[in-house]
Design a protein around this ligand. Structure first.
Ligand code: PLP
Length: 403
């Protein structure tokens, strides 16, 4: 008799869609000679002094649990970092939790705040975890779509139009994954006015703060009136090239902190001791390395944006993160077809835009966190691919002329 596993599984968990990013990543990993622009992680190895601090802590036998919210020394460094870099002041004793990546921080934020049926506005295209995490916490994700007409930036009006009497919170992510768009301080002030008026909670995912190329990054918690209602999420994965360390953090008013800490205590206990030692070093001494990584990404961004536009794929210039999100509409293919055929025909892995929400259809996400040589080869292959579909820079220029 077939075992009735269906009967054991949670309906909410069963209803979750598997991540569309992983599907392409797994397919690409099973093929030879693939250039992957698929997965969003730095191509740099974590700076040596960070690794060394962790090795040293192991040699010294620092293998016990730490305090639940993390080592006080690390929480103090995090508060120094937040105040000196972004001008937001927190108390290391009762406002900071060191988490297992920004991923756990977002999970804690929703689990601590949502009741069954609460609506959470998610600005799309969006990072694939947001909607599932809202759903797992009993909430209802509500998409607010953006488009390249406004550089994929959400406006205060779009937010207001999506608000109902069930709306509890909004998740903001700037710089954004997958579009790379960045909200300026002026944008944030406009958005803050609506948030204040409708008394919303904000989860601000600032994981790409260190990867801002043209304008200074502005933390949402620094906007007047927002500190009290913002759960700030950040971490080490992207800016410090520490994805595999799984270290992030939360900063929030004490009232949120206390509830999130209870959940963290029961589910996680604490982030790994030896890795937190490395994170202390990251915040104390590695800004030169972070800056040199940022400069390298900026050069690659400029190259990729220019090359894609030249070959006939419209691509806005993202202000941050390490993704471009070009339109592939000129090929007449859906984003899924484009990604699949490009992989099969030219062995370049990209992510179809629709996995980031309906408004991502017609786009692909390419991560440029890979070597310049690989990027140049990938661009050559993409050009050949779209030419095989009858698209070229010349035909695009013709279209513009005849419009
Ligand atoms: N938030 C965004 C927007 C991301 O793109 C990612 C990872 O891709 C995360 C959060 C998760 O970060 P972490 O590795 O710190 O869990």
């Amino acid at each position: 008799m077939k075992h009735p596993y269906e009967h054991y599984l949670s309906q909410t968990a069963k209803d979750l869609q598997p991540s569309g990013i992983r599907k392409f990543f797994d397919l690409a990993a099973s093929m030879e000679g693939v250039i992957s622009l698929g997965v969003g992680e730095p191509d740099f190895i974590t700076p040596w002094s960070i690794r060394e601090a962790t090795i040293l802590s192991l040699e010294q036998g620092m293998t016990a649990y730490t305090a639940n919210p993390g080592l006080l020394e690390l929480r103090e460094e995090i508060t120094n970092y937040l105040v000196t870099r972004f001008g937001v002041q927190y108390d290391p004793n009762n406002q900071i939790i060191v988490t297992i990546g920004a991923s756990q921080a977002i999970d804690l934020a929703f689990r601590a705040t949502l009741n069954q049926g609460d609506e959470v506005l998610i600005v799309e295209p969006a990072f694939v975890s947001y909607a599932p995490l809202v759903a797992m916490a009993g909430g209802k994700p509500v998409a607010v779509s953006t488009s390249p007409a406004n550089g994929f930036k959400v406006t205060a009006q779009q937010i207001e139009a999506a608000i109902t009497d069930k709306t509890k919170a909004i998740l903001l992510c700037s710089p954004n994954n997958p579009t790379g768009s960045m909200l300026t301080k002026t944008d944030l002030i406009e958005i803050a006015e609506v948030i204040q008026r409708y008394d919303l909670l904000v989860v601000s995912d600032e994981i790409y703060a260190e990867l801002s190329y043209d304008e200074e990054f502005c933390s949402f918690a620094s906007i007047e009136g927002m500190y009290e209602r913002t759960i700030l999420v950040n971490g080490f994965s992207k800016g410090f090239a520490m994805t595999g360390w799984r270290l992030g953090f939360l900063a929030a008013p004490k009232e949120f902190y206390e509830v999130m800490l209870k959940i963290h205590q029961y589910t996680t206990m604490c982030a790994p001791n030896m890795l937190q030692r490395g994170a202390i070093e990251a915040l104390r001494n590695t800004y030169d390395e972070v800056e040199s990584m940022r400069n390298s990404y900026r050069r690659r961004r400029n190259y990729v944006v220019q090359t894609l536009n030249q070959m006939g794929l419209d691509c806005h210039t993202p202000g941050g993160a390490f993704y471009v999100f070009p339109s592939i509409r000129s090929t007449g293919l859906s984003s899924e077809q484009f990604a699949e055929e490009l992989l099969m025909q030219e062995k370049v892995a990209v992510v179809p835009g629709h996995v980031f929400g309906d408004s991502g259809e017609g786009y692909i996400r390419c991560s440029y966190a890979t070597s310049m040589e690989q990027l140049q080869e990938a661009m050559k292959r993409i050009k050949r691919f779209i030419e095989s579909k009858g698209v070229s820079y010349e035909s695009q220029s013709e279209k513009v002329k005849t419009r």
